[in-house]
Design a protein. Structure first.
Length: 317
């Protein structure tokens, strides 16, 4: 009995240890990337744990789509380095570092401005199976007439496979956020408690899906959305045949060396968008110019004469 208990304990520890760790380069918003939010009804978010399958395939875009662009047009908030611009006219401003993603401001069509006097932490890096933090934040809107005080708690909620209407994403992780905030305007205070579940996968630089419930003094609600991403795209590096790239990071030209004859290559954004395709005549080495690509992280897929594919990650600066 003791031996069996020890075995189960070791299996549990091994599963937790093998849960994927995510960094800024894995899931942090990237300048120049675009994606779509499909606004959906709420579904049961499923259980916590390691090796879970979350089936959200019945989500629909019945409430419309929102186009999202991540840009560096951050002049409105000098303490930000990325802005999430949405087709509905609202923009969120972030300060993204290797340690965290913080919300520092917001605006609606350049008019109504939200200033954070104490930034709201959205994510702390790295995300591990032990991730757990609490943060406070404060903001004011409408020229200071509306003041919001809040507390956010975030914790690792599981890892496994996520299924959305877009496709099946293996090696996904889930975070749970609990946010309690009070907003006061004209002496009237509204108190909201929002519980959100967010799914991520290394190589997709935005959330794959979000489900949330809201309990408020003005009424309760629930909603969700899933996003566009290519589940079939190989997001991780692999070496089915050896390929070296230098310099990496690069500002323009790169040298590519391979142990196999390369027939062609394709370069993808981490969102899954194909940005460059090139045929090569059975070469073990080439020089490639990527001056026309925006700064960011890309995946290069190399195809050899035997049909094998090797994937390398490259940083354009």
């Amino acid at each position: 009995m003791k031996k069996s208990s020890l075995f189960l304990f070791l299996v549990l520890v091994n599963n937790i240890t093998n849960a994927q760790n995510l960094t800024r380069s894995d899931i942090g918003y990237q300048i120049g990337e675009n994606y779509i939010m499909f606004q959906s009804m709420y579904l049961n978010p499923g259980s916590d744990g390691i090796g879970v399958t979350w089936d959200l395939s019945s989500m629909t875009d019945q409430f419309g789509q929102i186009d999202v662009t991540i840009s560096d047009n951050t002049s409105l908030f000098p303490n930000s380095n990325a802005v999430m611009a949405m087709s509905i006219g609202y923009n969120d401003y972030f300060n993204i570092t290797n340690n965290s993603i913080e919300v520092v401001g917001g605006d609606f069509n350049g008019g109504s401005i939200k200033n954070y006097t104490n930034a709201q932490t959205f994510i702390n890096f790295p995300i591990t199976s032990l991730s757990n933090f609490t943060d406070t934040y404060e903001s004011n809107s409408n020229g200071g007439s509306e003041v919001t005080l809040g507390n956010i708690h975030e914790e690792f909620s599981g890892s496994g496979t996520l299924i959305t209407p877009i496709g099946t994403f293996t090696d996904a992780i889930r975070l749970k956020q609990t946010r309690i905030q009070s907003s006061t305007i004209n002496s009237i205070t509204q108190i909201d408690t929002t519980i959100s579940y967010l799914w991520f996968k290394a190589g997709v630089h935005h959330e794959l899906a979000v489900l949330q419930t809201i309990k408020s003094t003005l009424g309760d609600g629930e909603n969700g959305y899933y996003t566009s991403a290519d589940p079939a795209l190989k997001m991780e590096e692999n070496q089915l045949f050896n390929v070296s790239i230098y310099p990496n990071p690069t500002s323009g030209n790169i040298q590519i060396k391979s142990t196999e004859n390369i027939l062609s290559l394709k370069i993808y954004k981490l969102s899954g968008e194909l940005v460059l395709e090139k045929d090569i005549s059975n070469s073990l080495g080439i020089e490639l110019n990527i001056d026309n690509l925006n700064s960011g992280i890309y995946l290069i897929h190399f195809y050899d004469e035997n049909g094998a594919t090797s994937v390398k990650r490259i940083s354009k600066i």
